[in-house]
Design a protein around this ligand. Structure first.
Ligand SMILES: [Zn+2]
Length: 757
């Protein structure tokens, strides 16, 4: 295609995206698969049910007056109880987001478990929020003043993410209507839509598009959902106005525009585009959803199915340098599974089921602790770090909101159906009821400990129905099937659905064996940096000090890892200097772990590099005159720690010290009276933001360090020569860290004085 024609097409498509002139007709689009309602699926005893139960307890624990505090305060109504902490503190700009998620989670949990007490609690909350909405004029409802929206629309003094919060409240009301039958919630949502229509009607397309550069959650999605219920063209028109042409248009033209942008700002826009396609049949929106999914899943996901580092997407397939403390924000996995569910329904393509399973085991399960229901923000993938759990009342990060929804709907994509077959998509102990066929399908399995599943059909009468079982990408050893103990012919490739057609009788039992093997998941840009999987689960190594020290064939983990015979899903390295135990990542709770390993063939170039680095570390240790152990109170005291506005804390199994703006700290370290000394500091290569600081020796600046993600996901050993005159004749000096104006200093993870080589 010539460039000029391509440009014309770009212009046309972008115009079509930007223009609000032509509202599409409502149209039913063909679906390959239909979902089951959440209320028709029930989990049975196993890790998923335990996670659901922990979440249910947490939803019961949360106090309604505290959840309502800032809404009542904003409406000028009397408050009781205390405000919440974390991101829900009254002074935090995104206050009100979590209570919105809470309504969604209660509605989902009611559908999943039938918990009437929880439904009553959420109904009460809706009624109390209605009072707030009434007091605020009958349309607007939020925990912050409407002036935040004025500031957003004018793009002056914009607060954090005002419409992101509004989306959560609207979605909570929608879910309470759709899943818990609360008509008052629908009425309140319609009033909110009318209020936001009034605001949007005053904005030109230019002003609207400018405003949509600020994170706005799933405004399009919830308003399209509302239209799906009301069929009111005003709701469709309003929903369409939140479809951001500047982002969606290029995707519709197969332009990968995802590098270096904030991931979770974008995924909900795709959820909205997917709903638009389902309601109007506009093919552009289907196409861009498929293209987007491919660019995230096939170019920017880790072995776990998670995506982003520091919440931002890298260039396609440039993942090896992004391992850090803040990989795969949990919201993104939650939202990518929503996108995947749409695509699976449209296409029936088992590749979408493969991704769903991978992200489910390695990015959903394992992000909540089943003993307390507490949740993660990020999944660290740099080696040696630990999961950082939140608290019941003082976290409320975005991922707490999506987390309580996720663990209230674990059954939502386990089963699908078409006109004449049921699809088993995930292997979880559970049952699904298909009323039209008089079928209750019971799945009995200890998967993934058990390498397969059993399906028992409970039927009113003999029934002809297809049974389609997902055969995932990892099932490379073949599949065997028995019906009532008799082997049946069953050939199925990895990434397919195995279909059994017959007339079934009540109590028929189908056993499906899916043998698992160890397999490597290498980084696309570093074949020697591999994660190891067993079936669908990513293994985490629990002795992360062996990082960089594994000698074998990176492509074949069976050469260096073996499964232990007596412990389920427990593995150990073999033929290595130090043995390392590995377990599924989703089973890790508090242990430091590693997921990616440098595995090199002995004597190869990478192995030589590693040996050289080890030798450099050995030499450095031999040169150390004095060293302070950061975070070790005795060591820091012995080095005469002084400072102002300084703090310390853990990062995985390391410890940092920093000073906030206008702060500083110092330690006294020994030096030798003669010779060139070197100050050596360990810094964190992912640190960025306002972090430009001076290093002073006895009051003289010897270096200035700026942190700008200098080496993401890795620690940096930085050496700063100390001028000889500053140490001459002395036996110790004071090392001071001082931020430049408006800047922090640190974090510093290690500090030593080295003698000359
Ligand atoms: Zn999040």
């Amino acid at each position: 295609m010539s460039r000029s024609i391509a440009l014309q097409m770009t212009t046309l498509v972008l115009y079509a995206f930007a223009s609000g002139c032509c509202l599409a007709e409502e149209k039913e689009v063909p679906m390959a698969l239909q979902p089951f309602a959440l209320k028709d699926v029930r989990l049975a005893d196993g890790p998923c049910e335990a996670a659901q139960e922990a979440n249910r307890k947490y939803l019961h624990l949360l106090d309604l007056d505290r959840l309502l505090y800032t809404f009542r305060q904003n409406a000028g109504l009397p408050t009781s109880g205390e405000p919440l902490g974390g991101w829900e503190k009254p002074e935090v700009e995104v206050r009100g987001h979590f209570p919105g998620h809470f309504l969604s989670a209660c509605a989902l949990m009611y559908a999943s478990t039938g918990d009437e007490e929880l439904k009553a609690k959420a109904d009460k909350m809706v009624a109390e929020l209605a009072k707030c909405q009434e007091k605020l004029g009958g349309g607007y409802l939020s925990a912050y003043p409407a002036s935040f929206l004025d500031r957003l629309e004018s793009m002056e003094r914009v607060t954090w993410a005002p419409l992101y919060v509004i989306h959560k409240i609207m979605a909570g009301l929608f879910d309470m209507y759709q899943l818990a039958g609360n008509e008052q919630a629908l009425d309140m949502l319609k009033k909110m839509a009318a209020y936001f229509k009034g605001r949007a009607d005053k904005l030109t397309d230019f002003q609207m598009e400018r405003m949509l550069t600020v994170e706005f959650g799933g405004m399009s999605e919830v308003l399209h959902n509302l239209y799906g219920v009301t069929h009111d063209p005003d709701h469709l028109a309003l929903a369409n106005r939140y479809d951001q042409a500047g982002f969606l248009g290029p995707l519709a033209l197969d332009r990968d525009n995802l590098s270096h942008i904030h991931g979770n700002t974008q995924i909900p826009k795709i959820c909205g585009a997917a709903r638009r396609y389902e309601l109007t049949g506009e093919e552009n929106y289907r196409h861009l959803t498929e293209f987007f999914w491919d660019r995230v899943v096939n170019a920017r996901c880790y072995a776990t199915g998670g995506t982003t580092s520091a919440e931002v997407w890298p260039e396609p397939n440039a993942l090896a340098g992004t391992l850090a403390v803040n990989n795969q924000e949990c919201c993104k996995t939650h939202n990518m599974l929503k996108v995947t569910r749409h695509l699976l329904q449209w296409t029936g393509d088992p590749a979408y089921a493969d991704y769903y399973e991978r992200a489910f085991w390695n990015g959903i399960l394992g992000t909540q602790r089943a003993d307390t229901g507490m949740l993660l923000y990020y999944v660290p993938l740099a080696t040696g770090l630990t999961k950082q759990w939140g608290t019941p009342y003082d976290s409320f990060w975005c991922c707490y909101g999506t987390g309580i929804e996720t663990f209230a709907k674990l059954g939502d994509s386990v089963y699908f159906h078409d006109d004449d077959a049921v699809y088993v998509n995930l292997f979880l102990p559970s049952t699904v009821t298909w009323k039209d066929k008089g079928l209750r399908l019971e799945q009995v399995t200890r998967f993934p400990e058990e390498e397969g599943t059993s399906l028992v059909l409970h039927l009113d009468k003999p029934t002809t129905v297809g049974l389609c079982v997902h055969v995932p990408y990892w099932a490379t050893q073949g599949v065997t099937v028995e019906v009532n103990g008799q082997p049946v012919e069953a050939a199925a490739k990895p990434t397919s659905y195995l279909r059994l057609n017959r007339t079934w009788n009540d109590g028929d039992r189908v056993e499906v064996a899916l043998p698992m093997v160890l397999h490597a998941a290498p980084m696309p840009d570093a074949p020697e940096l591999v994660a190891v999987m067993y079936g669908p689960v990513v293994l985490a190594g629990l002795s992360p000090e062996v990082d960089g020290d594994l000698l074998s064939d990176p492509a074949d983990p069976t050469q260096w890892i073996e499964k232990l015979p007596d412990a389920p899903l427990t593995f150990q390295t073999k033929g290595q200097k130090a043995p390392m135990r590995l377990i599924p990542w989703h089973q890790v709770i508090d242990e430091p772990y590693g997921v990616y390993w440098v595995v090199t063939k002995e004597g190869g170039p990478r192995h030589k590099q590693i040996l050289a680095a080890q030798e450099a570390r050995r030499k450095r240790a031999a040169r150390t005159v004095d060293e302070v152990l950061v975070g070790d109170a005795d060591s820091e005291k012995a080095h005469n720690l002084q400072g102002d506005k300084t703090g310390d804390g853990p990062l995985g199994n390391r410890h940092w010290r920093h000073a906030v703006v206008d702060g500083w700290w110092s330690w006294d370290l020994k030096v030798l009276p003669a010779g060139q000394m070197t100050l050596s500091c360990t810094l964190w290569g992912s640190d960025s933001g306002n972090r430009k600081f001076d290093l002073l020796v006895d009051g003289t600046v010897i270096a200035t360090q700026e942190m700008k993600s200098n080496n993401p996901g890795r620690f940096l050993d930085m050496d700063y020569p100390i001028p000889v005159k500053l140490t001459k004749g002395k036996d110790k000096v004071t090392i001071r860290f001082q931020g430049q104006p408006g800047n922090m200093a640190g974090g510093v993870f290690g500090c030593a004085v080295l003698r000359p080589e």
